[in-house]
Design a binder for this molecule. Structure first.
Ligand code: GLC
Ligand code: GLC
Length: 637
């Protein structure tokens, strides 16, 4: 076995025993994966040496405290699957103004029960349009609008003290056109032009365009942008100011790995790798989910296993479930790619259930979700900062009897309030006339109809909408995975239309669901009976029950149950004799379920609902579920 660095046990005063052991465990695979990508290049050997050097240097500069955490987590690799974790995601500026002010909000998150915090992009980015920070111009600096790296380290430290965890984005697929590399490329330096995909004329770009879809067809049609200064086309899959990095160049890979370590060494616990399906491009493909994209991620992961093994990876792959699941790793790399991935179609199935008032798709979609490798988990959510893309697989739709195209149309109409009877107030995002494709923007509250109900002062409707929100979050908290509470949802934020008059954001209606938090509104959570109070207290309760229910953890069993009523979704969560049967009525009508479901799930007749603390309502041997209500049925302990 090769032991590349064992010759020196101490490196600038740091004990290398752990480093060596981890290197020994991963070296062969790293070499193998690296050569798959770069083996046929003349500079392959030299690049590999540089990579090895980067690992050693960053291990050396990893703060001691973090190294200790790495060791603890190596001993408990499934720590993040615990039912005790509940996450949120938020924009520091919209939430608190800046990082220093955010520190003061940590007690609020604790009050709610949140212990994993995804702070949306904070790194330096252009002053104008920066796609919500997803166009980074300096990976080593926090944008002045938010504060400094020192502030971030302080937050990481404070969170650690509170046994909370920090998630930060790493935008791996592209940089801003104002990044130093891009500036040099634009000034004509071929070395940096090689960091991107650049072409002198349209011949190659046109070939790519034949099969590449458009991500932002309204705002940024096409996948290439003309750079007049150098008379070249640069690949820009997202916006024209987001230049795609060229990972066929090993230097780009090494730069990004170093950035990963840099962030990890600031105390980031979980890195959200942005837009990973796009990491490798080939003519004749969609430029998504290519094998090489997985190799890049695996390589990154194995490198991290050596330098900062306590740090987790989230793959942001908003693609179909059978593709997403591959981001956990496959074959001999199963469980060795990312630890967590968004269950993007599950998110849509939740919304589907509310719109159709039946749980057919939700059930089918979960049934058809390929199993994820041991030691990995789904991020379960009903919405995030992005649009709700109707990216479920056509097969799921067909299997429950829908025409996929028409069903997507229905969902678009339902959530924009056009469908008769719908009170949703969403908007279509990036309508593409070529294929009628469109995604949906809008806050949870506005999508379930709360905005309209409040406007009309319709108390009955307000009540129903609150039920829908709690119902959706009860599913998020109890279905297999790490739940995300989207910021603002806990106090029922409705759409923020400010973006419409914003000089930069007005073209991008995702900003309607990225609200600026008004802390006076949040204070109303303390006023008994207010909308904020009703939502907040119930979400808080869901979180606290989840945290005391090991059967909800990501490594316990999850089984779909057929309640013989399509308006009701049911699953059984089980861990070491602790069982909870979830029953959720996604319709506006009262539903009845045969009590035999209890016996069939291995539960006794005498169960109680963990949420209300009461026995479920029954009538002539049937369990009654009120409109948009749910039970978490369990036996008394
Ligand atoms: C990710 C982000 C999204 C952004 C895109 C481009 O998908 O979630 O907000 O627009 O990447 O970076
Ligand atoms: C596309 C991308 C996803 C991104 C989203 C932004 O769906 O696949 O990565 O989050 O666009 O709207």
């Amino acid at each position: 076995m090769v032991r590349p660095f064992s010759s020196f046990q101490w490196y600038k005063g740091v004990d290398l025993a752990d480093f060596d052991a981890r290197m020994e465990a991963n070296y062969r695979d790293i070499r193998f994966l690296f050569s798959l990508l770069y083996g046929n290049r003349r500079d392959s050997h030299l690049s590999f040496k540089k990579l090895m050097e980067a690992l050693r240097e960053n291990y050396h500069s990893r703060p001691d405290e973090l190294r200790q955490i790495d060791i603890q987590r190596e001993l408990d690799p499934g720590w993040f699957l615990s039912n005790r974790l509940v996450s949120t995601m938020l924009y520091v500026d919209q939430y608190a103004g800046n990082l220093k002010e955010f520190l003061k909000k940590i007690p609020y998150l604790r009050e709610l029960g949140i212990n994993v915090v995804h702070l949306m992009p904070l790194l330096k980015c252009p002053a104008g349009n920066n796609d919500g920070g997803y166009a980074v111009s300096d990976y080593h600096r926090i944008d002045e609008r938010y504060g400094s790296m020192e502030d971030l380290r302080r937050i990481a430290w404070e969170l650690r003290k509170e046994k909370m965890y920090l998630i930060l984005d790493l935008v791996v697929n592209h940089t801003s056109d104002e990044h130093e590399w891009a500036k040099r490329a634009r000034s004509g330096d071929p070395y940096y032009q090689n960091y991107y995909y650049m072409f002198d004329d349209r011949s190659i770009p046109d070939q790519f365009e034949e099969t590449f879809p458009e991500i932002f067809p309204e705002a940024a049609p096409g996948n290439f942008t003309w750079i007049p200064e150098i008379k070249k086309w640069v690949m820009t899959v997202f916006h024209n100011f987001q230049w795609d990095l060229n990972y066929t160049n090993p230097t780009v890979f090494i730069e990004m790995v170093k950035i990963l370590f840099f962030l990890a060494n600031q105390g980031v616990d979980i890195v959200r790798l942005d837009a990973v399906p796009y990491l490798w491009k080939k003519i004749g493909t969609t430029g998504q989910n290519l094998e090489e994209a997985h190799i890049i991620l695996r390589l990154m992961r194995l490198c991290a296993e050596i330098v900062c093994p306590g740090v987790l990876f989230i793959a942001e792959a908003i693609v179909q479930p059978e593709e997403i699941v591959k981001y956990f790793g496959t074959d001999e790399f199963a469980g060795r790619e990312s630890h967590l991935a968004y269950h993007a179609s599950l998110m849509v199935f939740f919304w589907d259930a509310i719109a159709t008032t039946n749980s057919r798709m939700l059930r089918k979609g979960l049934e058809n979700t390929p199993p994820n490798p041991q030691g990995t988990g789904w991020l379960v959510y009903i919405r995030c900062h992005d649009d709700i893309g109707l990216g479920f697989s056509d097969r799921d739709a067909r299997e429950v009897g829908y025409d996929p195209f028409l069903h997507r149309k229905f969902l678009q109409e339902y959530y924009t309030g056009k469908f008769p009877g719908s009170s949703a107030r969403g908007s279509l995002f990036m309508f593409n006339p070529k294929n009628q494709d469109a995604r949906i923007s809008g806050t949870t509250a506005s999508l379930v109809g709360l905005e309209k109900a409040l406007e009309e002062g319709n108390r009955l409707e307000i009540d129903i909408c609150i039920r829908k929100i709690i119902l959706l979050y009860s599913l998020v908290m109890s279905i297999d995975g790490l739940p995300i509470l989207y910021y603002g949802d806990e106090v029922g934020y409705t759409n923020d239309y400010f973006y419409r008059n914003h000089p930069v954001h007005r073209y991008d209606n995702r900003w309607m669901h990225r609200p600026k938090i008004d802390w006076d509104k949040v204070e109303r959570r303390k006023i008994e009976g207010s909308v904020e109070n009703r939502i907040f207290t119930q979400i808080k309760r869901l979180i606290s029950i989840r945290k005391s229910s090991p059967e909800f953890s990501g490594d316990s069993s999850f089984r779909l149950i057929d309640p013989e009523n399509e308006h009701v979704f049911s699953c059984l969560r089980e861990k070491e004799k602790r069982r909870t049967l979830v029953l959720a009525n996604v319709s506006g009508e009262r539903q009845f379920i045969n009590s035999s479901i209890l016996h069939g799930s291995g539960l006794l007749e005498h169960v109680f609902d963990k949420f209300s603390g009461n026995a479920p309502a029954k009538k002539s041997g049937k369990i009654i579920l009120e409109p948009y209500s749910f039970y978490w049925l369990s036996e008394a302990e």
